[in-house]
Design a protein around this ligand. Structure first.
Ligand code: URA
Length: 243
């Protein structure tokens, strides 16, 4: 059975201001009054006019595409915290450029302050909830640098599900040594315990000196994205988080 897409309809001032946070509803009303807004090619006379998400809405000729939610790939640098507030340090939200900003943005999941790499920033609470739910086991892939050389014994220990300090049992995880550097490996986790990667390596007598997340679910970080850079994730790629 095919599902019929539900098309959202709303007032045109709401349509525009929801997609352009820099424009308040009263700014949009003024733009309408001054004749700068068109709907399907015709000037809009009243800000209460209804538009739906498939309509061609333009402000000064620029098409405003309606997206209910936004999904942003951030290449997190060290020194930022995955939080919506700056209470314990600078929030990763500071790195989101103005054109991608919206009310309600938050980082879906946490990386430590000294961890780099892929953080999803979104305003879609439902997706984040599913992604972070322990039952979904969304895999996360990390590049790890270790203080001491990688030991082959880690492969079996992690695959069996290692017990970390405090007696917490981890789910089976896949670790692969780097063939060109004995201090490096790639680790895939299917859960997200507090400081999990660091604690797993402490449990086997080693220490993580550098950590970078490169993949969430089936979505790989864009290797051309500079540290601190943000990229909007296309809607067709959003399914890759939960596949
Ligand atoms: N595991 C850690 O130890 N730190 C992170 O930032 C992510 C996973």
């Amino acid at each position: 059975m095919r599902c019929q897409k539900e098309v959202k309809t709303m007032r045109i001032d709401r349509f525009i201001s929801s997609q352009k946070p820099e424009l308040s509803r009263s700014d949009v009303k003024k733009l309408v009054r001054d004749g700068h807004v068109t709907l399907n090619g015709k000037p809009v006379k009243n800000a209460q006019q209804q538009a739906n998400e498939d309509d061609d809405v333009r402000v000064n000729g620029e098409r405003i595409i309606y997206r209910e939610h936004i999904y942003i790939m951030l290449n997190k640098p060290q020194g930022y915290i995955c939080s919506t507030s700056d209470n314990d340090g600078e929030s990763v939200l500071k790195l989101v450029p103005s054109e991608l900003r919206r009310p309600g943005l938050f980082p879906a999941g946490r990386l430590d302050k000294d961890t780099e790499g892929f953080v999803l920033i979104t305003d879609d609470g439902e997706l984040a909830h599913k992604m972070l739910a322990p039952s979904h086991h969304v895999p996360k892939t990390y590049q790890v640098t270790l203080e001491r050389p990688f030991d082959e014994s880690y492969i079996k220990l992690f695959a069996e599900g290692i017990t970390i300090d405090g007696g917490e049992k981890c789910l089976p995880a896949e670790v692969t040594p780097d063939v060109s550097d004995c201090h490096k490996c790639t680790l895939i986790l299917h859960e997200g315990k507090y400081h999990q990667v660091k604690r797993m390596f402490i449990s086997v007598g080693n220490k993580v000196t550098f950590l970078r997340r490169i993949r969430i679910g089936n979505l790989q970080i864009d290797e051309n994205l500079p540290l601190g850079g943000c990229l909007e994730i296309l809607h067709k790629d959003v399914d890759k988080f939960l596949f």
